[in-house]
Design a protein around this ligand. Structure first.
Ligand code: 5GP
Ligand code: ZN
Length: 132
């Protein structure tokens, strides 16, 4: 399978690695949104969150928390966004699950956002019956 993040995660393509263990590699993004923008790559190939194993999914946030603390201390960032895109419409461009760690700095120009709508009674009731 020709997956660039599999190759990076398994060390077949060199990367700026911040952390590695049996299940993950954490690397610096080549197109950073901000100073220190990093990606958590599982070594297991799963194209997105839907197909990720529960075992890997359960470990990702623990690692994100460790990396976030390290980044906050070492970079002195003022905040941090965790971003994880699934599907082209959601901004996914590499189809190997990954989680972005994006340090935020006062006055930076990073745009992660949406215009808040308003939850109607009808939508609320429909959604509750669909998703609960
Ligand atoms: P997505 O848009 O799929 O959530 O994020 C893909 C991210 O991977 C982008 O931020 C992009 O800059 C980064 N990226 C793509 N190819 C490479 C690569 O070969 N090496 C590294 N370090 N980052 C990559
Ligand atoms: Zn892969």
């Amino acid at each position: 399978m020709d997956c660039i993040f599999c190759k990076i995660a398994h060390g077949e393509i060199p990367s700026a690695t911040l952390y590695e263990d049996d299940a993950f590699r954490v690397i610096l993004d080549v197109g950073p949104a901000s100073r220190g923008h990093a990606l958590i790559l599982p070594k297991e190939h799963a194209k997105d969150l839907y197909s990720l194993s529960e075992e890997t999914a359960s470990k990702v946030l623990v690692l994100a928390k460790k990396m976030a603390s390290k980044m906050s201390e070492a970079l002195g960032c003022d905040g941090l966004n965790l971003v994880q895109n699934n599907g082209e419409i959601a901004g996914q461009t590499v189809f190997h699950f990954h989680m972005h760690l994006i340090p935020r700095y006062k006055g930076d120009d990073v745009k992660i956002g949406w215009r808040p709508g308003r939850l109607s009674e009808k939508d609320k009731n429909e959604l509750l019956s669909l998703l609960r």
